[in-house]
Design a protein. Sequence first.
Length: 248
Amino acid sequence: MGRVAAAGALLGALLMLGAPLAGGAELSGVFQEMVESECHFINGIEQVRFVKRFIYNREQYVHFDSDVGHFVGDTPYGEEVARYWNSDPEWMEHRRATVDRHCRHNYELSTPFLVERRVPPTVSISLVPSSSQPGPGRLLCSVMDFYPAHIQVRWFQGQQELSVVATDILPNGDWTHQILVLLETAPSAGVTYSCQGEHVSLEHPLSRHWEMPPDTARSKMLTGIGGSVLGFVFLALGLSFYLRKKVR
């Protein structure tokens, strides 16, 4: 019954659109018919709403809303389609049953994978170079491979939360996600920094700690000392040249 009714409804829509069924003149251009189905859930399957939208060339012309119980036209043409479909009791009974047949049924099938699935994140810290600001670089916290998508990532220096710049939460293409969070200020020697992630898959927040390696701090110090010494050398040479020129 469902397939026959659906075929009849589609045939009716084509007739009302004026599409030639056979032997008609060829049409030029692009004509696109889209049908979009939505299931909305509140508190699991306690409250379920089914919406089916019919769109022609990017314009929605008619839709069905299970909360309303019948088709509603969104354009003058869509109002004609709605009257045509609403006049068929068997077709309308089939459409109203979609809430159970499609939404609740698929929710129960997909719940273990989509709703109850938990994948904990991995957290790592790296020092990345910064061409726009001075210092040894910036600390980047990479939070990878977690599901579901919602997560909170923060940077700390001791108990103090620090300002950050973050990417959007990005899909990996395998039902996991990632986010990169960059510390705005340059790290200092002798200070411990922590990146903390909170996610529904974790019993406790996951933290990673970072402290500037001695070699990095020493390199930074030697660079500063070298720059100062070089400055004094050029100053001495310049002063010597000036004095010689003055004596002559």
